[in-house]
Every structure is written in structure tokens, then in C-alpha cells.
Design a binder for this molecule. Structure first.
Ligand SMILES: Cc1cc2nc3c(=O)[nH]c(=O)nc-3n(C[C@H](O)[C@H](O)[C@H](O)COP(=O)(O)O)c2cc1C
Length: 247
């Protein structure tokens, strides 16, 4: 019978997982990567559609091409971010963010999270046109996010660091071309993985008492626009250090 993990161990794992944006050069053994992939395979998905597939990237020439592609895209992100008032900008974009690249070149391994939207047929037909869960494809994206999250945890459980690098329409097609991904599939996220080369700054999360309601929504906890704005400013201050090595 499988040994039961204590809740304290589980919470330690959950809390110890932090986005890692700088890695040592030490290689990550295949067996460790395999465990991360295996964890992803067990994620929850609507109708058990399991939309995920993974490309494990170790080839340096491919990593270099991905890193260059990212930086080209980043220039656009930077220009858009500059249209915001400075206090609301992502800290990594206060200045031109060349130095804040994610560790795509140097990560010993990158996992590309591919998704196949056609698997959405696994869930009830109404979910395709009732805009429940935030839109027809939201369930698919959530399934992909579930797999991604659980893979980050599997990395943390092995003492590895990992970063969630969003892939979006700005560079997805070019990335698909590099990885020769069929037209029918998406690339949602890249997960660079390696041994952490620094200690992540203390994490920040909202207090449980601020976010939990019992039986009904407690309106004394509702945040109006101004409260959200002030909180975002505070968030920027609290998390600036997290992006010191990249974003
Ligand atoms: C949907 C989603 C997209 C994210 N995209 C990025 C990203 O593109 N680059 C990055 O550095 N971190 C990204 N992150 C990681 C978050 O910034 C990070 O989880 C958050 O700041 C909390 O910090 P922690 O992971 O260290 O606890 C993403 C996370 C999620 C869930």
C-alpha cells in the first residue's frame, strides 16, 4: 500500500515551490524529468480529456533559437508595457528588460506544454457553447494549467527549480515552427527546469482570512476599485525582487 504523505509534508512542498529564474549548469537527470512528466500525466482535466503532450528540450541549438525568439517578442511586450503608468508596470519592464530574460538558453532542460483542443469533445456538448467556466475553451486551458502546476510541484519535490513561461500568440507560431509542432496543437507554456542558483525571496500571498468566505460572500471583504489599485501598487513593491533574475 502506498505510504501516506503527511499534510505537513504536503504543505511544505506546496510552500517550497517557488518560481526559479536562474539555474545552475548542473544537468538534470532523465529520471527526474520523467517523474515531472509522469506527474503531469495524472493531472485533472474536464471529461478526462487529457489535452496535454510534452516536448522535452535538451538540444542547445534549439534552446538558443527559443531564447532568441523570446527576446524578439519581448521587445513588443516592453513597448506595450510602457503605455502603462510606471507604478503599475511589471517591475521587470521598468527599463529595457534585456537582462531579465528567462533562463531559456541556460536551463538544462525545457518542457514545452502542448495542448490539443480537439480533446475538448471529451466534455459535455453544452460546455462548448454555454460560456461556463469563462468561455468555450476555458476548461481546456484549465486542464493545461493543472498539468503545468502539478509538474512544477513535481520539480520542487525533487529539489529542482522551474519557471512558468507563458507562450502566447505573439510568438507561438514561430515556436511551433522551431519544434515542428503540428498545426492542430497549441504550445501554451514553457517550463525551464534546473537546480536553483539563488534563494527565491520570501513569497507573498494574501491572508487566508481575507479570501475565505463562509456560506455566503462576506461583503466586508469586498475590495472596490481603489482598494484593488492600491493593492496592485503594494504587490509591485512586494514582488519586485522575485523578478530580479528575469520574467
Ligand atoms: C498563468 C500563469 C502565467 C505565468 N506566466 C509567467 C511568465 O510568463 N513568466 C514568469 O516569470 N512567471 C510567470 N508565472 C509565474 C508567476 O509570476 C508566479 O507564480 C507568481 O509570481 C508567484 O510566485 P511563485 O511562483 O514564486 O510562488 C505565471 C504563472 C501563471 C499561473
Amino acid at each position: 500500500m502506498a505510504q501516506k504523505m503527511s499534510i505537513d509534508e504536503f504543505m511544505r512542498l506546496v510552500r517550497s515551490r517557488r518560481s526559479c529564474r536562474k539555474f545552475k549548469t548542473d544537468p538534470v537527470p532523465d529520471e527526474m524529468v520523467e517523474k515531472i512528466l509522469e506527474a503531469g500525466r495524472w493531472a485533472m482535466s474536464g471529461g478526462n480529456g487529457q489535452p496535454w503532450e510534452f516536448v522535452v528540450i535538451r538540444d542547445q541549438a534549439i534552446k538558443d533559437r527559443i531564447a532568441d525568439l523570446f527576446m524578439n517578442h519581448r521587445e513588443r511586450v516592453y513597448q506595450i508595457e510602457r503605455t502603462r503608468v510606471k507604478e503599475l508596470r511589471m517591475p521587470a519592464y521598468y527599463e529595457k528588460p534585456e537582462r531579465k530574460a528567462p533562463p531559456l538558453k541556460n536551463a538544462p532542460v525545457i518542457i514545452a506544454m502542448l495542448g490539443d483542443k480537439r480533446t475538448k469533445q471529451s466534455s459535455v456538448l453544452s460546455s462548448h457553447f454555454f460560456f461556463g467556466e469563462g468561455g468555450p475553451f476555458a476548461g481546456y486551458w484549465k486542464a493545461m494549467a493543472n498539468a503545468t502546476q502539478i509538474m512544477h510541484l513535481a520539480a520542487a519535490a525533487q529539489g529542482l527549480g522551474s519557471q512558468w513561461v507563458t507562450v502566447n500568440k505573439g510568438w507561438e507560431e514561430s515556436l511551433k515552427a522551431i519544434l515542428e509542432v503540428p498545426e492542430e496543437l497549441d504550445i501554451q507554456t514553457l517550463i525551464p527546469i534546473g537546480y536553483p542558483d539563488y534563494k527565491a525571496p520570501p513569497p507573498y500571498r494574501r491572508k487566508l482570512s481575507d479570501i475565505v468566505h463562509h456560506d455566503k460572500y462576506d461583503h466586508s471583504k469586498f475590495r472596490d476599485g481603489e482598494a484593488i489599485y492600491n493593492w496592485l501598487l503594494e504587490l509591485r513593491n512586494r514582488t519586485e525582487k522575485s523578478y530580479e533574475h528575469g520574467v
